[in-house]
Design a protein around this ligand. Structure first.
Ligand code: ADP
Ligand code: MG
Length: 151
Protein backbone atom coordinates (compact mmCIF):
# COMPACT_ATOMS: atom_id res chain seq x y z
CA UNK A 1 0.00 0.00 0.00
CA UNK A 2 1.38 3.38 -0.94
CA UNK A 3 2.04 5.81 1.89
CA UNK A 4 -0.72 8.28 2.24
CA UNK A 5 -0.63 11.80 0.94
CA UNK A 6 -2.43 14.59 2.75
CA UNK A 7 -4.30 16.98 0.54
CA UNK A 8 -4.95 20.50 1.71
CA UNK A 9 -8.41 19.66 3.04
CA UNK A 10 -6.92 17.13 5.40
CA UNK A 11 -8.15 14.01 3.70
CA UNK A 12 -5.85 11.03 3.44
CA UNK A 13 -5.39 9.49 0.06
CA UNK A 14 -4.13 5.93 -0.19
CA UNK A 15 -3.58 3.61 -3.08
CA UNK A 16 -4.00 -0.16 -3.05
CA UNK A 17 -3.13 -2.68 -5.72
CA UNK A 18 -4.89 -5.82 -4.48
CA UNK A 19 -7.98 -6.83 -2.49
CA UNK A 20 -5.64 -7.91 0.33
CA UNK A 21 -4.23 -4.39 0.60
CA UNK A 22 -7.71 -2.89 0.78
CA UNK A 23 -8.66 -5.48 3.40
CA UNK A 24 -5.58 -4.59 5.46
CA UNK A 25 -6.37 -0.90 5.21
CA UNK A 26 -9.91 -1.61 6.42
CA UNK A 27 -8.51 -3.68 9.25
CA UNK A 28 -6.11 -0.96 10.44
CA UNK A 29 -8.99 1.54 10.48
CA UNK A 30 -11.31 -0.93 12.22
CA UNK A 31 -8.67 -1.48 14.90
CA UNK A 32 -8.81 2.21 15.76
CA UNK A 33 -12.57 2.73 15.39
CA UNK A 34 -14.33 4.21 18.40
CA UNK A 35 -17.82 3.77 19.83
CA UNK A 36 -20.39 6.02 18.17
CA UNK A 37 -18.49 6.49 14.91
CA UNK A 38 -20.21 6.30 11.53
CA UNK A 39 -18.14 5.40 8.46
CA UNK A 40 -19.62 6.23 5.06
CA UNK A 41 -18.31 4.05 2.26
CA UNK A 42 -18.90 5.04 -1.35
CA UNK A 43 -17.78 4.00 -4.80
CA UNK A 44 -19.13 2.12 -7.79
CA UNK A 45 -20.35 -1.46 -7.78
CA UNK A 46 -17.43 -3.88 -7.48
CA UNK A 47 -14.92 -1.26 -6.40
CA UNK A 48 -14.11 -2.93 -3.07
CA UNK A 49 -16.47 -1.52 -0.44
CA UNK A 50 -17.28 -4.94 0.96
CA UNK A 51 -13.62 -5.99 0.91
CA UNK A 52 -12.87 -2.88 2.99
CA UNK A 53 -15.82 -3.67 5.30
CA UNK A 54 -14.54 -7.22 5.82
CA UNK A 55 -11.14 -5.92 6.88
CA UNK A 56 -12.78 -3.31 9.07
CA UNK A 57 -14.81 -6.02 10.83
CA UNK A 58 -11.67 -8.08 11.37
CA UNK A 59 -10.07 -4.99 12.93
CA UNK A 60 -12.96 -4.86 15.40
CA UNK A 61 -12.27 -8.48 16.30
CA UNK A 62 -15.13 -10.05 14.38
CA UNK A 63 -14.26 -13.53 13.16
CA UNK A 64 -17.50 -14.56 11.49
CA UNK A 65 -17.82 -13.94 7.75
CA UNK A 66 -19.04 -10.50 6.70
CA UNK A 67 -20.92 -10.09 3.42
CA UNK A 68 -22.85 -7.24 1.89
CA UNK A 69 -26.25 -7.11 3.60
CA UNK A 70 -27.83 -6.00 0.34
CA UNK A 71 -31.20 -7.62 0.89
CA UNK A 72 -31.50 -6.86 4.58
CA UNK A 73 -29.96 -3.33 4.55
CA UNK A 74 -28.33 -3.97 7.91
CA UNK A 75 -26.41 -6.81 9.47
CA UNK A 76 -25.22 -6.60 13.04
CA UNK A 77 -22.27 -8.29 14.68
CA UNK A 78 -21.92 -8.39 18.44
CA UNK A 79 -18.85 -10.54 18.90
CA UNK A 80 -16.18 -7.87 18.39
CA UNK A 81 -14.63 -5.19 20.55
CA UNK A 82 -17.67 -2.96 19.82
CA UNK A 83 -21.06 -3.72 18.24
CA UNK A 84 -20.69 -3.44 14.48
CA UNK A 85 -23.59 -2.34 12.26
CA UNK A 86 -22.90 -2.99 8.60
CA UNK A 87 -25.34 -1.27 6.23
CA UNK A 88 -25.67 -1.63 2.47
CA UNK A 89 -28.33 0.79 1.29
CA UNK A 90 -27.91 0.07 -2.42
CA UNK A 91 -31.44 -1.26 -2.79
CA UNK A 92 -33.18 1.30 -0.68
CA UNK A 93 -36.10 2.91 -2.51
CA UNK A 94 -36.69 5.82 -0.20
CA UNK A 95 -34.81 7.21 2.77
CA UNK A 96 -37.94 6.60 4.87
CA UNK A 97 -37.05 2.92 4.83
CA UNK A 98 -34.23 3.91 7.16
CA UNK A 99 -36.81 5.17 9.67
CA UNK A 100 -38.57 1.82 9.47
CA UNK A 101 -35.43 -0.01 10.52
CA UNK A 102 -34.83 2.51 13.31
CA UNK A 103 -31.52 3.78 11.97
CA UNK A 104 -31.10 6.42 14.69
CA UNK A 105 -30.54 3.74 17.31
CA UNK A 106 -27.56 2.56 15.27
CA UNK A 107 -26.15 5.89 14.07
CA UNK A 108 -26.34 7.46 17.52
CA UNK A 109 -25.71 4.33 19.59
CA UNK A 110 -22.60 2.88 21.18
CA UNK A 111 -21.48 0.72 18.30
CA UNK A 112 -19.71 1.48 15.04
CA UNK A 113 -21.64 1.91 11.77
CA UNK A 114 -20.28 1.37 8.30
CA UNK A 115 -22.61 2.28 5.43
CA UNK A 116 -22.01 1.07 1.88
CA UNK A 117 -23.59 3.45 -0.69
CA UNK A 118 -24.08 6.15 1.95
CA UNK A 119 -24.64 8.83 -0.73
CA UNK A 120 -28.09 7.35 -1.32
CA UNK A 121 -29.13 8.43 2.18
CA UNK A 122 -27.02 11.57 2.40
CA UNK A 123 -29.80 13.65 4.00
CA UNK A 124 -29.70 11.59 7.19
CA UNK A 125 -25.94 11.07 7.55
CA UNK A 126 -24.43 12.59 10.70
CA UNK A 127 -22.28 15.59 9.87
CA UNK A 128 -19.31 14.22 11.79
CA UNK A 129 -19.26 10.92 9.89
CA UNK A 130 -16.00 9.64 8.41
CA UNK A 131 -16.10 9.56 4.60
CA UNK A 132 -14.33 6.81 2.71
CA UNK A 133 -14.40 6.89 -1.08
CA UNK A 134 -12.96 4.16 -3.28
CA UNK A 135 -12.25 4.71 -6.97
CA UNK A 136 -10.76 2.70 -9.79
CA UNK A 137 -8.33 4.06 -12.34
CA UNK A 138 -7.97 1.55 -15.14
CA UNK A 139 -4.93 3.43 -16.50
CA UNK A 140 -3.14 2.25 -13.36
CA UNK A 141 -4.24 -1.37 -13.65
CA UNK A 142 -7.30 -3.50 -13.06
CA UNK A 143 -6.64 -3.96 -9.32
CA UNK A 144 -5.62 -0.38 -8.58
CA UNK A 145 -7.83 1.54 -6.16
CA UNK A 146 -7.57 5.10 -4.86
CA UNK A 147 -9.04 5.39 -1.38
CA UNK A 148 -9.75 8.81 0.12
CA UNK A 149 -10.52 9.09 3.81
CA UNK A 150 -11.93 12.27 5.32
CA UNK A 151 -12.11 12.14 9.08
P1 ADP B 1 -18.42 -3.50 -3.66
O1 ADP B 1 -18.82 -3.88 -2.27
O2 ADP B 1 -17.82 -2.12 -3.75
O3 ADP B 1 -19.54 -3.66 -4.66
P2 ADP B 1 -16.72 -5.83 -3.50
O4 ADP B 1 -15.86 -5.52 -2.32
O5 ADP B 1 -17.85 -6.78 -3.29
O6 ADP B 1 -17.26 -4.46 -4.15
O7 ADP B 1 -15.84 -6.40 -4.69
C1 ADP B 1 -14.63 -5.83 -5.09
C2 ADP B 1 -14.02 -6.73 -6.17
O8 ADP B 1 -12.86 -6.11 -6.70
C3 ADP B 1 -13.58 -8.08 -5.60
O9 ADP B 1 -13.83 -9.05 -6.59
C4 ADP B 1 -12.09 -7.88 -5.40
O10 ADP B 1 -11.37 -9.09 -5.48
C5 ADP B 1 -11.74 -6.96 -6.56
N1 ADP B 1 -10.54 -6.12 -6.34
C6 ADP B 1 -9.50 -6.03 -7.20
N2 ADP B 1 -8.56 -5.19 -6.77
C7 ADP B 1 -9.02 -4.69 -5.59
C8 ADP B 1 -8.51 -3.74 -4.66
N3 ADP B 1 -7.34 -3.09 -4.85
N4 ADP B 1 -9.24 -3.48 -3.56
C9 ADP B 1 -10.43 -4.10 -3.37
N5 ADP B 1 -10.98 -5.00 -4.21
C10 ADP B 1 -10.29 -5.30 -5.31
MG1 MG C 1 -20.69 -4.39 -1.38
Amino acid sequence: MTDYLEDNLGSRILETRSPQETYELGRSIGEKAAAGQVYCLDGDLGVGKTVFAQGFAAGLGIAEPVNSPTFTIIQQYEEGRLPFYHFDVYRIGDVEEMDEIGYEDYFYGDGVCLIEWSELIREILPEEAVRVKIEKNLDKGFDYRKISIEM
